[in-house]
Write a protein that binds this ligand. Sequence first.
Ligand SMILES: C[S@@+](CC[C@H](N)C(=O)[O-])C[C@H]1O[C@@H](n2cnc3c(N)ncnc32)[C@H](O)[C@@H]1O
Length: 220
Amino acid sequence: MSASRTDNGAAALMDRMYRHQRHIYDASRKFYLLGRDALITGLAPPKGGTILEIGCGTGRNLIKAAKAYPHARLYGLDVSEEMLAQARKSIARAGLSERIQLAQADATAFDPLALFGVAAFDRVFISYALSMIPPWRDVLANACTFLTEGGSLHIVDFGDQAGLPAWFGRALRRWLSWFDVTPRLTLEEEIRALASARGLGCHFSKPLRAYAFEAVLQRP
Ligand SMILES: C[S@@+](CC[C@H](N)C(=O)[O-])C[C@H]1O[C@@H](n2cnc3c(N)ncnc32)[C@H](O)[C@@H]1O
């Protein structure tokens, strides 16, 4: 059962997209979903802290985070049951089913208390999911509301490739569009505006010549 309030057809779309791809997802995406491991290193939750991944896909990041932070409790949500089935399998194989809870929900409107029995998290992260969610601004605004005091929201996604040859950026965007992926070119201004409106600290960077955008929003 889902504790998500809206869906907008996202579940059906993502299930169609990932029904077959989920089997080769981790092996193929390691070559171009860059910056995920740096995000995990940057999480550094407090001892016994809580970590939520929004759009957790195959559970690859949650498994790495669980190994990096053995005292943390981890939670993941995704709109696609196909991806969650893969995540459950991988998490069980890693022996981490007791530490990682998963739930099906739409990132734009979900109730973590109903899903996990947890109202707020020390760390929330979103890795390469904003570029697949048309109402991505709603996802960001929603995610900020689930931070504990001192908690932080970490984001990595495709950048504008400003430091790379123009042909590369064009080719990458064309290729990504086949997978319904749209780099959010205004991410920096949206993040800064959100931080300012909510009184959050903000760090934004463009690693790998802006191949990726990374951001951290911190609640005081
Ligand atoms: C490119 S994958 C990234 C998976 C994982 N975060 C990673 O870094 O490997 C994007 C994920 O976002 C999920 N997703 C797309 N739309 C969503 C929505 N509206 N709510 C929750 N998850 C969504 C997809 O099902 C997919 O698992």
